[in-house]
Design a protein around this ligand. Structure first.
Ligand code: FNR
Length: 379
């Protein structure tokens, strides 16, 4: 890993190691991918003020996230099917995040179940919830997260309908993978370490869903069942219901509009994530970074604001913090590490981001996360 110096390098190794359908599932975005591209492009448009001769010898990247100490202003975002990038991927990613001192969020659509992860990591992790039509199942899922001592619930609200990713259809993506397709057989056989790793793993299906839902087996794959289960009737009132079951910290993820941000305040949630789901949902939406300042201005003093979509470097983390985010979720950045080298790759990804952030802080004349604000950017 000596010559791996960027998240882009990890992405290249990820692409080589993992079957095309699963790599593309991570890498691509919805429809024309306009929003996917804008997320990164708009971050890069923000330029830093280079400052000199400030004592930067005591730089400290630690912060607090929802009142808990974190060694970096980062959180591993919920990413579905992580275990298809690397066997037992959710357990490995969670271990790497915890070793680095940051929170890890397990997706509803994970391969390892809540219980698998809880049994194999040392500290509590966050659980992300998609609300589905089968409310009995959702109640059970929340209760399982409580039993596993999950320390926050991330309620994702930007996926009532699924933004189509053309490439997933062209690749015939499915979970569990269709082994009997010739195209897949050839692809899988050419990725032997991935194949052995996923065959040895605990599961190759959605661990939180398969086995817990009776009619999931009626459809050809659990992904089809799940797609049919996303609840288009979900609305603000449902958050009250969730809060009646979940007693802990609540984070609402997928906020992109000032009016919605104001509504979140009424729910009593402790935090919100300004996010367009990494350009995987509403194609044509502005970049996540371009809507962040307006949301911070409207509600930033009343609620903790997290940011995601497009972070690929420590410089990007600095840009989001400069515009008022308290911390950043990363999705693809850590999954590229996982697909490339498993747990060590996630550690590498976090290390790259931390070092880039530290140097950027230094060159902007800043020593602490709390000092980062609009003054580090060129107006
Ligand atoms: C996601 N994301 C996501 N979000 C969520 O709430 N639940 C989920 O199951 C998933 N699944 C998922 C799969 C994949 C492959 C990706 C790339 C993303 C969105 C994720 O949490 C986060 O919002 C984005 O990844 C942020 O954008 P970047 O960092 O990937 O650019």
């Amino acid at each position: 890993m000596k010559y791996i110096t960027t998240i882009a390098d990890l992405r290249e190794v990820h692409k080589r190691n993992v079957p095309k359908a699963f790599f593309d599932y991570v890498d691509r975005g919805s429809y024309s991918e306009d929003t996917l591209r804008a997320n990164q492009a708009d971050l890069q448009k923000l330029k830093f003020r280079q400052r000199i001769l400030v004592d930067i010898s005591k730089r400290d990247l630690s912060t607090t996230i929802l009142g808990e100490k974190a060694s970096l202003p980062l959180i591993c975002a919920p990413v579905g099917s992580t275990g298809m990038q690397y066997g037992d991927g959710e357990i490995h990613a969670c271990r790497a995040a915890q070793a680095a001192g940051i929170p890890y969020t397990l997706s509803t659509m994970s391969i390892n179940s809540i219980e698998d992860v809880a049994e194999n990591v040392e500290k509590p992790f966050w659980f992300q919830l998609y609300v589905m039509k089968d409310r009995g199942f959702i109640k059970e899922l929340i209760q399982r997260a409580i039993a596993a001592k999950c320390s926050a619930l991330v309620l994702t609200v930007d996926l009532q309908v699924i933004g189509q990713r053309h490439q997933d259809i062209k690749n015939g993506l499915s979970v569990p993978p269709k082994i009997y397709s010739l195209k897949n057989m050839i692809d899988f056989a050419s990725k032997p370490s991935w194949l052995i790793g996923t065959l040895r793993a605990k599961r190759r299906n959605f661990g939180n869903i398969a086995g817990f839902v009776k009619d999931a087996n009626d459809l050809e794959s659990v992904s089809e069942w799940t797609a049919s289960q996303f609840d288009t009737s979900l609305n603000w009132k449902d958050i009250e219901w969730i809060r009646s079951i979940w007693p802990g910290k609540l984070i609402v993820k997928g906020i992109h509009d000032v009016e919605d941000a104001r509504e979140v305040l009424k729910t009593g949630a402790q935090a919100m994530v300004v996010s367009n789901h990494g350009g995987r949902q509403l194609d044509g939406a502005p970049s996540s970074i371009s809507v962040l300042p307006g949301i911070v201005q409207a509600v930033g003093s009343d609620i903790e604001i997290m940011f995601d979509s497009g972070i690929r470097s420590g410089q990007d983390v600095m840009r989001a913090l400069a515009l008022g985010a308290k911390s950043c979720m990363i999705g693809r950045a850590y999954v590229h590490g996982l697909g490339a080298y498993g747990e060590a790759g996630v550690t590498k990804a976090l290390d790259i981001l931390a070092k880039e952030l530290s140097v950027t802080m230094g060159l902007c004349g800043v020593n602490t996360i709390a000092e980062i604000d609009g003054h580090v950017l060129v107006k």
